[in-house]
Design a protein around this ligand. Sequence first.
Ligand SMILES: CC(C)(COP(=O)(O)OP(=O)(O)OC[C@H]1O[C@@H](n2cnc3c(N)ncnc32)[C@H](O)[C@@H]1OP(=O)(O)O)[C@@H](O)C(=O)NCCC(=O)NCCS
Length: 149
Amino acid sequence: MASLKSGIMLRSMRTQDISKVQELVARDGGSLFSFVDLVVYCLQAGYEAVVADHDGKIVGIAAGKHMKTKSHIDLVCVSKEHRGNGIATSLLSEFKAHAQGNAIYLEVDVKNLAAQRLYASLGYETTQVIPQYYLKSNALEMRAHEVVA
Ligand SMILES: CC(C)(COP(=O)(O)OP(=O)(O)OC[C@H]1O[C@@H](n2cnc3c(N)ncnc32)[C@H](O)[C@@H]1OP(=O)(O)O)[C@@H](O)C(=O)NCCC(=O)NCCS
């Protein structure tokens, strides 16, 4: 798969990466994905996970599902020490490349301005506010338009 300037490779997640991804997300993602959550997640139809690999260390992930008429991003995280280098942008571009023209949806915490700026820079627009989507806050649903051939 693609190689970034910094020597970071983008590739599909493998089952042996799951514990590293779980550690990354627990440490730097602020999300509560257990190891079992991630294993079950990987078994879903249409699932896709792209990781950023730096010498065998997983420093970023974007994961979601491709369905018949739309795709959905479930998880985006880049390790704190590698942020600001375009890794999330590259991971999301790779995910989009496999979306077969689908519109791509995601939810983001209304307070997570960094992620909202990332998505806006990639053409995502807010479609609705989802009250109480998270335990303590609302979410914005954002959508990147389908590619019309
Ligand atoms: C949000 C996150 C994935 C961004 O990863 P990243 O690799 O640093 O993002 P990129 O370098 O590709 O940034 C692309 C754009 O996003 C925006 N952005 C990213 N981080 C930002 C920050 N801290 N503050 C403001 N804007 C930010 C900028 O517009 C940036 O473009 P620029 O560098 O030209 O200004 C990362 O901060 C992260 O893992 N956060 C914790 C988990 C999380 O919030 N995930 C999203 C849940 S919906």
